[in-house]
Design a protein around this ligand. Structure first.
Ligand SMILES: Nc1nc2c(ncn2[C@@H]2O[C@H](COP(=O)(O)OP(=O)(O)OP(=O)(O)O)[C@@H](O)[C@H]2O)c(=O)[nH]1
Ligand SMILES: [Mg+2]
Length: 357
């Protein structure tokens, strides 16, 4: 899974990126449009607890890949649609960082806090960028209209026109319903406005206390977008402290939940993801799959051999497991279920895959 950070110049993308990745990133970050890649570890108390119980050789948390891009001011829009946005085409979800503190613009003028217009212009840029790609393709498809399949695919033509209608109304594609077939036809275009968007309001210490007012106002204007509030710079400073001091400073700041947890939660929700676990003396590990994945597909997240040779899964949810603290005790109490390939895995399931290669 990959997240891409977008937003105006100086909004705090790199600060948030560094906070979330805890400095697990490549260092290249030089000019405009340059990308920097890193990893966010998905902190999960359940993995910590399982690791305490199993004391395994290795504990592996789920991870997100993140892409940080040096921003461009909103008034050089022609650049934004090309190189800058190209770098985020391959990501699964977009994190838009919105500046909620005073500062200066690219040209040295004073920055005015204006999240609603800020978000609108980000949406606009995503829509324009998609429209450019779509119109290009549409032109080609229309030229091929009288050729035989597979050169001309009327289904593709139809879905492109459907998208064009939405984008022409300046609406993002993400809120529309597409069939599985339509999604397949569209997947190659990697439309940006079709990706899940998460808004992160980035406050400074002075403005952080106004976060609830802002969030509800913005939420009313953009009801379909997940919005969270952070103070990236302050939290980055807090991250340097030892853990007891961290808790105290967070409390002082009125931060109920660290940015990393908030952003990960929003990403899981927005992208429709869940975690399942595997446990043992060698490794306790979290895996990330799409909601509604079945046992066989989930086995495939671990290894393709497990999917191909899938026989059955032994399943117990974490919430049930902690009543016993061991699989053998859970088994004695009949708490472990045996499920077939069509079982829908839910968040927190501990799976033991039986397979045959
Ligand atoms: N007061 C305050 N300043 C912040 C906060 N987050 C970032 N900044 C400052 O804003 C400036 C820009 O932050 P960056 O994280 O580099 O912003 P960016 O979005 O990556 O900028 P570009 O890569 O140039 O597009 C830096 O001087 C940061 O220290 C914050 O939460 N509060
Ligand atoms: Mg940056």
């Amino acid at each position: 899974m990959q997240l891409g950070f977008i937003g105006l110049k100086y909004s705090g993308k790199s600060t948030l990126f560094e906070l979330l990745t805890k400095n697990h990133f490549e260092n290249a970050n030089t000019g405009i449009g340059e990308v920097r890649r890193g990893q966010v570890i998905v902190e999960d108390n359940r993995i910590q607890k399982l690791s305490e119980i199993y004391n395994p050789k290795k504990t592996t948390y789920a991870k997100f890949d993140c892409v940080d891009i040096t921003g461009i001011s909103s008034d050089s829009r022609q650049n934004i649609s090309s190189k800058y946005l190209e770098s985020v085409r391959q990501v699964d979800g977009l994190v838009a960082v919105i500046q909620m503190f005073d500062g200066v613009n690219f040209d040295g003028s004073d920055f005015k806090i204006d999240p609603i217009n800020n978000i609108k212009s980000i949406e606009e840029e995503l829509v324009i960028s998609d429209l450019m790609i779509l119109e290009n393709r549409l032109e080609k498809v229309e030229k091929l209209k009288f050729r035989a399949a597979p050169i001309y695919d009327p289904k593709e033509h139809e879905v492109l026109l459907k998208c064009k209608k939405i984008l022409d109304e300046e609406k993002p594609l993400r809120n529309e319903n597409f069939s599985i077939e339509e999604n397949k036809l569209l997947s190659g275009f990697q439309f940006l406005s079709k990706k899940e968007l998460i808004i992160v309001l980035n406050f400074d210490e002075g403005n952080y206390s106004k976060k609830n007012e802002y969030q509800s106002e913005i939420g009313a204007t953009f009801p379909n977008i997940a919005i969270t509030s952070v103070s990236a710079l302050e939290e980055k400073e807090i991250q340097e402290l030892d853990s007891e001091e961290q808790i105290e400073f967070m409390k002082d700041m009125g931060i109920d939940e660290p940015a990393i947890i908030q952003v990960i939660k929003a990403a899981y929700k927005g992208l429709g993801l869940i975690s399942f676990f595997t446990v043992g003396e060698d490794e306790v590990r979290a895996w990330t799959v799409k909601e509604n994945s079945n046992a066989k597909e989930s086995a495939g997240a671990i290894h393709s051999d497990l999917e191909k040779g899938f026989i059955r899964a032994e399943v117990i949810n974490y919430n049930e497991f902690i009543k016993y603290n061991s699989l053998s005790k859970a088994k004695e109490n009949g708490a472990i279920r045996v499920e077939g390939k069509n079982y829908t895995v839910i968040d927190g399931d501990i799976l033991n895959i039986r397979f045959n290669v």
